[in-house]
Write a protein that binds this ligand. Sequence first.
Ligand SMILES: Cc1cc2nc3c(=O)[nH]c(=O)nc-3n(C[C@H](O)[C@H](O)[C@H](O)COP(=O)(O)OP(=O)(O)OC[C@H]3O[C@@H](n4cnc5c(N)ncnc54)[C@H](O)[C@@H]3O)c2cc1C
Length: 441
Amino acid sequence: MRNLLSGLVWIFLYLAFCLAPLALIIGQDNPPGRPFLVEFSVALGFVGLSVLALQFALIARFQTVAAPFGIDALLKFHVQITFFGLGFALVHPILLFLADPKYLPLLNLATAPWRARFAFTSVIALLVLVVISLWRRRLRVSYEVWHISHSILAVAVVLFALLHASLVGFYVVGIVRHVVYDAYIGGLIFLLLWIRVLSPIGRYRRPWSVVEVRPEYGNASTLVVEPVGHPGFRFDPGQFGWIAVGRSPFSMTQHPFSFSSAADTPEGGTISITIKAAGDYTRTIPSVRPGTRVYLDGPHGVFSMDRRQAPGYVFIAGGVGVTPFVSMLTTMKERGDVRPVTLFYASPRWDEVILRDQLAELDAALPNLTVVHVLSRPDPGWAGESGRITAELLRRHLPPQFRRYEHLICGSTQMMDAMEDALVEVGVPPSRISSERFDMV
Ligand SMILES: Cc1cc2nc3c(=O)[nH]c(=O)nc-3n(C[C@H](O)[C@H](O)[C@H](O)COP(=O)(O)OP(=O)(O)OC[C@H]3O[C@@H](n4cnc5c(N)ncnc54)[C@H](O)[C@@H]3O)c2cc1C
């Protein structure tokens, strides 16, 4: 209930901030004799600018804002709403040109005034940002290069749009308008400071240290970290954090990883993260030494059994997607939670089953846990399930009351799409299915 109310408040505030610049236009001393289409175009331009400026608030990882929705949902919204910002940014000049051809010469950058050049640069930066983000993998742009260019382009888009609005000047003069406009610019500067300076300072003052690096099956390693000089934090089982290992908290890129240990961490207790070597950064994890400094931004996310109370659970994991489930099961063990759980776990081969030993211990300790290993390339002699997890395979192992249970899925995008369909096919209501995507960007 609290989450629902605070979610509604944040949605209201978001809409209010998006539309607030329209207050700049509703006034007494508007330029006389301008056609409606011009005024409408300007209104769209201001709303577009607001939407794009608010993008920084969506990615600022404010825990109170993210709590009702989950940071992953906010990031998804951040991506989708960009298209509205882009639409407004493109329709704004198109309407101007349609309203009055006298604006057309502004397209000639050689002779155009600076206010038009800034607008043009802002729109071009936005188009480049969208193209690189949509086709990052196809363009073979690494995550790190994308992230840095995305950050620079995003600031450029908003900065040049603000300069454009200032130089046009119509709606940003007069005391009230000045206050609104300056408050917007102040808010934007605060957001940038928060993201790049204040939030990293907070992490810098709460460092963690590596106590153990444990090799795991499946080309993975578990990092065990402990808080240094602060009590650490507790989290909901299934949540994740952004982690910088051996890097400054001010570094541009941090990587998201789920916590794989029990959630109810005592004060000063350790937290574990299990990382599969998937790329240039994760491949460095096995060579991390005990004592290495780590900075943790978290906990984040809403993919947790604590958020989806039910008489029982069905978990479906693919590869390293098992980590949040190991955290949930370990937490259940520590809490003495005896609700029934069936875990379907897809791996290529038995020797690549990540956290296999921990799962065997949990299986022995939790009387109501059933683990169904499914191997896609089993070695000869494997007596368990093989191939892909399908609706047919699910039917063979699901307990009779499964429709009343919550179903949580974590794995590759391909697998998760297939599992969402398979669960619906066997009769699970879509409202009882939730998933965590490890490739949210
Ligand atoms: C919510 C969440 C929880 C995750 N939990 C785990 C976990 O418990 N264990 C685990 O092994 N992996 C987890 N991942 C995936 C992990 O973050 C990526 O595999 C890792 O960041 C890849 O980094 P790389 O440079 O080694 O690989 P690359 O080859 O550079 O990247 C592979 C892909 O990983 C993604 N990625 C890379 N860097 C980042 C970044 N800084 N931020 C976000 N995505 C990135 C991109 O989609 C990229 O295409 C999780 C991801 C998310 C979103």
